[in-house]
Ligand binder design. Structure first.
Ligand code: GLU
Length: 282
């Protein structure tokens, strides 16, 4: 029998593990993914594996393959996916562009998004006010929104624009996280109009992850606590798409000896290095 959890959603449970193959999995991934697998197993749910490789320049097939090997070595299995010789292949985001485009169209038709020429650099420069804290998030200035609320509605393709979500400035986005408790973020203050489609022709993380969690009928998202604020943005996307959001459980981040978040380039703490040294991981 798996671990017991008091706070699992009732009904059919569908979870997912969604690595981005830009490097080897590290201890933080191992802990988060093991927790995701344990929560799913505890209620005999279905776990899917999704490779988040939208950013083709940074992602490598070899890392996706390595992630699958590491997951297996950790005893993490998934119960769904395309059949490859009796095994389940992962769902691969870079193969779902048509679907992501259909979601872009729905957001465009709903008037929830608009095309924008401003880059991340522009936003960072605008936010570099004398008193701004260094690590504070750069907020997209409201006055940069197009005046015409219908701007973009007649675009047939995303083209070479960034597309941003029009956040409801001043609205509190609240949710109860199964592990971190009550959360509250204010749109327009904690985050501004965020990119859902990138000018290089691919969906941004926020759109891809929500679109896929809807398509895969995920009932609970288990991921790292670094994504808590993203969840607030994503809840706005669920609403704009008329979709019921999943439950959320954000796992505490794993820090290295100097108190910094683990990065994929820290190979000494990669799952494979730890396993090779015979260290206990989870
Ligand atoms: N692919 C993301 C990552 O590796 C996780 C996204 C998510 O779980 O929502 O950080």
């Amino acid at each position: 029998m798996g671990m017991e959890f008091e706070n699992l959603p009732e009904g059919i449970y569908r979870g997912r593990i969604a690595p981005t193959p830009t490097g080897f999995l590290h201890l933080g991934h191992a802990k988060t993914f093991s927790l995701a697998a344990a929560r799913c197993r505890a209620v005999a749910g279905t776990l899917v594996l999704r490779i988040e490789d939208i950013d083709r320049a940074r992602c490598k097939t070899a890392f996706a393959k390595a992630a699958m090997e590491d997951l297996r070595a950790l005893g993490i299995t998934w119960q769904e996916g395309p059949d490859v010789g009796g095994n389940f292949a992962p769902y691969v985001q870079s193969e779902a562009m048509e679907y992501f485009l259909s979601v872009w169209r729905r957001l465009r038709d709903a008037g929830a998004i608009y095309p924008c020429r401003r880059s991340r650099k522009d936003v960072a420069a605008a936010a570099r006010a004398p008193h701004a804290e260094d690590d504070a998030e750069a907020i997209f200035p409201m006055e940069w929104r197009p005046e015409d609320p219908d701007f973009g509605k007649d675009f047939e393709e995303p083209g070479d624009w960034n597309w941003r979500f029009r956040v409801p400035a001043g609205e509190s986005i609240c949710f109860r996280d199964a592990l971190q408790g009550e959360q509250r973020f204010v749109a327009g203050t904690d985050f501004g109009d965020f990119v859902v489609w990138r000018r290089d022709g691919v969906p941004a993380y926020e759109l891809a992850v929500v679109a896929d969690d809807i398509r895969m009928k995920i009932t609970e998202v288990v991921r790292g606590a670094d994504l808590l604020k993203s969840t607030a943005r994503q809840l706005l996307l669920y609403r704009a798409l008329n979709a019921f959001p999943p439950a959320f459980a954000h796992a505490p981040l794993v820090l290295d000896a100097s108190g910094k978040r683990l990065a994929k380039r820290n190979d000494a703490l990669s799952v494979r290095a730890l396993l090779a040294r015979g260290e206990k991981i989870v």
